[in-house]
Design a protein around this ligand. Sequence first.
Ligand SMILES: NC(=O)c1ccc[n+]([C@@H]2O[C@H](COP(=O)([O-])OP(=O)(O)OC[C@H]3O[C@@H](n4cnc5c(N)ncnc54)[C@H](OP(=O)(O)O)[C@@H]3O)[C@@H](O)[C@H]2O)c1
Length: 271
Amino acid sequence: MTLIPSVALRDGTTIPQLGFGTWRVGDDEAQAAVETALEVGYRHIDTAALYANEAGIGRALATAGIPREDLYLTTKVWNDRQLEARASLEESLTKLGTDHADLFLIHWPHPEADAYVQCWRDLIALREEGLTTSIGVCNFNAPHLQRLLIEVGEIPVVNQIELHPSFTQKDLEALDREHGIVTEAWAPIGRAADLDASGVRTVADRVDRTPAQVVLRWHLQQGRVVFPKSVHPERIRENFGVTDFELDEHDLALIDAVDAGNRLGPDPDLM
Ligand SMILES: NC(=O)c1ccc[n+]([C@@H]2O[C@H](COP(=O)([O-])OP(=O)(O)OC[C@H]3O[C@@H](n4cnc5c(N)ncnc54)[C@H](OP(=O)(O)O)[C@@H]3O)[C@@H](O)[C@H]2O)c1
């Protein structure tokens, strides 16, 4: 089986650097997609209460019968339940068919509700109780992270942010690094929109790999955690084939140069 590298988190745990994304995988298609991913070798699954596919993922996990300690499961609390994180996590765990998450994340800061600081305190309590091993956030910008540090005194081990060749968020990634926060890149291939960029094509031609593979490799070599999503078995397999080649500095720079400030998702301050 392909060996997927792990990244160390500040809380003493490790996370597989390559996982399987499940946004827009319907509950009815989640079982087949996750079964395929597990067959291919993925062991890290990224979901969220919002995705409404945790039951389907749970069916795939039950069918596959892989020991729980060999899996890495991430789920998230949605904006309207920031003050009900415990109930949200318990419901997610029931659907997934497990007694704990490996990583539980605040999905968006949703500053309008002004509840993410309390939510973070509640996540700390859930971790203390063992309902989740690690805790983190998604889509947190500098001021959101700053509030957790000042008001709670603990910052996340993971910040899951939109990051792909045409939207690299270098300043936010640098801030994460400065605080010992691992950056997870969502939409790692820019939802396929970045695959036609000329820098990506040039590198793919040089190393004789697909555009998706070189973009995922570009992330891995820079220490990010990624979980590309696909419901197509051939792409699920393709996206896993990223650990047996290397990009050189020039390749990395060519993909870096694709950056165009091209945000695909919402601005976290407005979501
Ligand atoms: N925390 C957050 O706020 C947040 C937000 C968004 C996403 N996420 C997480 O991040 C994961 C990944 O992000 P994402 O799903 O938005 O985008 P993505 O993984 O960058 O791209 C997925 C899209 O690319 C297509 N695709 C996948 N592999 C391909 C390949 N090898 N060649 C060509 N096209 C390919 C997929 O189509 P097919 O399925 O048809 O193959 C799908 O349309 C999500 O699934 C979710 O788990 C988190």
